[in-house]
Design a protein around this ligand. Structure first.
Ligand SMILES: NC(=O)c1ccc[n+]([C@@H]2O[C@H](COP(=O)([O-])OP(=O)(O)OC[C@H]3O[C@@H](n4cnc5c(N)ncnc54)[C@H](O)[C@@H]3O)[C@@H](O)[C@H]2O)c1
Length: 265
């Protein structure tokens, strides 16, 4: 496997792969800034540190894990697939349905397999929720509330600019976790009604090399809405990078025989 994008989350991937998935062999890593790939390779003992092109040309690399910022996912996913590599992409897969379908079509044409984060619905927490629902522990679900309320990525991420550019923001950055959990547990969404808002369009960077500077957002930083699932279940949701403090539950499913409360999908 090869890693594309040697930033914050690459370190979590590599530490977890080393700890839990010894059958996966990471043979190379690459970044648009090769010095970052070299630093990652040294830190995690990866044999080859590459440019993007070198990674895609290496026949030893069968699968590429795409850990670039959201704005580059469509372009880099296309390049990975075009090079004949299987792909696991970080979220969001693409910022529009049209681009999603185009990338899927390219993968089908090239005969490569693709996967996309989040895969958290496969883990024990959400699988336990699945078990409780399948066994009707809370009876028949009729309502869900899903609330991702934070005060923004700039409070902890050293490179937060990308999270406020088109294709990111709370909907595309954090929405995938909440919506994937929802769909995995309760099935497809039929109707969406939603509004966006912006609590704070100028964001102060708190950490990293750019601490003390400010970012102008290109995207809304708050979304509120109602979804109706095909089963008739109604969902209220809020996804926000604008909320200092909240007592809203993160993820709760209400049934006619009880409530399932989940910490953070
Ligand atoms: N940081 C987290 O906690 C976290 C958690 C889960 C998922 N993710 C997702 O992982 C992805 C990366 O996040 P991150 O926090 O590691 O970002 P980051 O900014 O720390 O790292 C991204 C890296 O990609 C490189 N890059 C940019 N454009 C590139 C290109 N075209 N080709 C090759 N390399 C390129 C950058 O130089 C940088 O080193 C995002 O999609 C994010 O949503 C991040």
């Amino acid at each position: 496997m090869g890693i594309l994008g040697a930033g914050v989350i690459s370190r979590t991937y590599l530490a977890d792969i080393k700890a839990f998935y010894q059958r996966l062999e990471i043979v190379a890593c690459a970044d648009i800034d090769v010095a970052l790939a070299q630093a990652l390779a040294q830190e995690f003992d990866i044999p080859k540190a590459y440019t993007v092109k070198e990674l895609l040309n290496d026949a030893e690399v069968e699968i590429v894990i795409n850990l670039t910022p959201p704005q580059f996912h469509v372009e880099t996913n296309r390049a990975i697939i075009a090079a004949g590599k299987h792909l696991f992409s970080e979220k969001p897969f693409a910022p529009s349905l049209k681009e999603t379908k185009e990338v899927l079509a390219l993968a089908a044409e090239k005969g490569v397999k693709i996967g996309c984060a989040p895969d958290t619905f496969l883990a024990s927490g959400l699988q336990s929720m699945r078990y409780y629902l399948d066994n009707q522990i809370i009876g028949k679900p009729f309502f869900v509330t899903a609330n991702m309320t934070t005060f923004g990525v700039e409070t902890w991420h050293p490179n937060p600019v990308a999270f406020y550019k088109k294709g990111s923001g709370p909907l595309f950055d954090m929405g995938p976790y909440y919506l994937s959990a929802l769909v995995a547990l309760l099935g497809p969404i039929e109707t969406v009604m939603a509004f966006d808002a912006t609590g704070k369009s100028t964001r102060h960077i708190y950490v990293g090399a750019n601490a003390g500077t400010e970012i102008e957002t290109e995207v809304p930083t708050h979304y509120s809405g109602i979804l109706k699932l095909k089963t008739g279940v109604v969902v209220s949701f809020n996804l926000s990078f604008d909320i200092y403090k909240s007592n809203l539950p993160m993820f709760e499913i209400y049934g006619d025989g009880g409530t399932l409360a989940y910490p953070d999908p």
